[in-house]
Design a binder for this molecule. Structure first.
Ligand SMILES: [Zn+2]
Length: 520
């Protein structure tokens, strides 16, 4: 048993609570709780800090996030010399022949003006294949050893990409090409990715995630599924995972269902979530599927990555097994396709919580259809930071007005938030800030201010709504008797703060299933 006293509690007048194992067994005043306990019970004085149910990040890629966090961080590198130092340090720590993957350098900021090249990498890492990816993600450099390992010769050609043999510079799809030649990580490595990803979540107050991982590292979803099941039985998961299941084909999905898996199968730590579909690309890359040409790229409408018939086959199969379907849809053409399919397949009132992930570019009519069908929406407020500067340029003024309509969706249909990590790093406090301000920190651009949420709504978006989205709100997401002990402690009361200041708040402690999984 543990007693937490002298705190403020989200949506409660109480100031203290008592947990027994993984469950909250009482709440009340400090006095009430003190009276209930024996002298040997640990009492934690929270010094007036705010206790929130753990935040919920309802769409991310946990394994990708972990891989991102485990790669060599090169952001903030100030010279080519410093870049060399970081690389050689990593080389000493890794075995000969092991790949080194670095990310985040920006040669524009190098004081010595020396651009990284194959020769520079060869000098410090002759025995390791190395790839370093620029901060933008569209440019990389590899060394000679990496070229050999990837089997790159003068004849190598990559669709939608370029390889510069003399400098080792890679553009666009050439980066993916090399990455695919890197050996698949073993189970131990993937477990480490999961662990690092979870640690990051816990440090940001998150105890519940929706995560899309089946197609991240392996051709066979069973590898990922088995690993998550194993880690959950070993009680090694420190966030509760709802897997958003992505498959290569309807056939593979059918075999998953044949194996007896469907929605909600699992345990307290790892459960099968909805079917996940990817229908289009991104706004930044102008690959989101649009009904009209991109305003800043005439002749280009982006593209659908799956045809309508295949999507419908997937959704009907999911329906038959009472499994919700959620679809990545960013452009208005992708949104339109999904609305047409859902119109024919979703049950009245959408009891399964099928819906749209991202739902960014849309017209008023499309917004109204989403609301009429009560589709679930999984939105990413942190995207506003990068997208505020480009949405009008890409989609035009009129369409931009009704795009990213977060407040309208929140008020009218079940809408929860997420980071889509590693696209953005999971940070519910930042998400709350962006949902309220709709203003980019980096560029100061703003989006339609009528769609700003207030702090109370934005907190619900990143907390309560996640539990509701995942049908977990009867046992999770509240500091109340009979609820599971999943919570986070913040040093300030975000409920009464200006949105711009919320990101100065510190997560002091995170508890999941009664275990302290993070402490500052
Ligand atoms: Zn995603």
């Amino acid at each position: 048993m543990k007693a937490y006293i002298n705190c403020r509690i989200y949506k409660s007048e109480d100031t203290a609570f008592l947990i027994d194992g993984n469950e909250i067994i009482a709440t009340g005043s400090d006095e009430t709780i003190r009276r209930m306990i024996a002298s040997n019970v640990e009492v934690i004085d929270l010094n007036q800090m705010l206790v929130m149910p753990g935040f919920a990040d309802t769409h991310m890629h946990l394994i990708s996030l972990g891989r991102h966090l485990c790669s060599l961080r090169l952001d903030g590198t100030k010279s080519s010399g410093q870049l060399k130092d970081r690389l050689s340090r990593r080389a000493i720590q890794s075995e000969k022949g092991e790949w080194i993957l670095g990310r985040g350098y920006n040669e524009e900021l190098f004081a010595d003006g020396i651009r990284p090249t194959k020769q520079l990498l060869d000098e410090v890492c002759p025995d390791h294949p190395v790839m370093i990816i620029r901060t933008c993600g569209h440019i990389a450099v590899i060394n000679s050893k990496a070229m050999d390992e990837a089997g790159i010769t003068e004849e190598t050609e990559v669709n939608g990409g370029a390889i510069h043999l003399d400098s080792g510079l890679l553009e666009e799809n050439a980066i993916t090409y090399v990455r695919e030649k890197m050996p698949k990580p073993d189970e131990k490595t993937v477990s480490r990715y999961i662990e690092e990803g979870m640690k990051y979540c816990n440090a940001h107050g998150i105890t519940l995630i929706g995560s899309d991982d089946f197609r991240t590292l392996s051709e066979d979803y069973r590898d990922t599924l088995n690993l998550f099941e194993k880690l959950s039985y070993q009680e090694k998961l420190t966030v509760r995972v709802n897997e958003q299941c992505q498959f290569a084909s309807p056939k593979e999905f059918a075999s998953f269902l044949d194996d007896g898996y469907t929605f909600d199968v699992g345990n307290d730590f790892f459960r099968i979530g909805p079917l996940k579909l990817i229908t289009d690309g991104s706004l930044g890359g102008r690959s989101a599927a649009m009904l009209e040409d991109y305003k800043d790229d005439p002749g280009n409408k982006g593209m659908m990555v799956m045809d309508e018939e295949e999507i419908e086959t997937f959704v009907r199969l999911a329906n038959r097994f009472n499994m919700p379907a959620i679809a990545h849809a960013i452009g208005d053409a992708a949104v339109e396709t999904m609305l047409d399919i859902f119109e024919d397949t979703v049950y009245e009132g959408n009891p399964l919580h099928s819906g749209l992930v991202h739902c960014q570019i849309m017209s008023r009519e499309q917004m109204e259809r989403i609301i009429r069908m009560k589709l679930s929406c999984y939105i990413q407020p942190q995207f506003i930071d990068a997208d505020a500067a480009i949405v009008e340029k890409r989609a035009g003024k009129q369409l931009a007005q009704t795009s990213y309509p977060f407040r309208t969706l929140f008020e009218n249909t079940l809408t929860s938030g997420g980071s889509d990590a590693p696209v953005e790093l999971p940070d519910p406090l930042a998400a709350i800030r962006f949902a309220c301000t709709r203003t980019s920190i980096h560029t100061s651009d703003t989006m339609n201010q009528d769609e700003c949420m207030n702090v109370e709504e934005a907190i619900e978006l990143m907390c309560d709504k996640g539990y509701e989205q995942f049908f977990m709100n009867d046992r999770y997401g509240k500091i109340a008797k009979g609820y599971m002990a999943d919570f986070t402690v913040l040093d300030k009361d975000i409920r009464t703060m200006k949105p711009e200041e919320i990101t100065d708040t510190k997560v002091m402690m995170t508890v999941m299933d009664g275990r302290t999984v993070y402490e500052r």
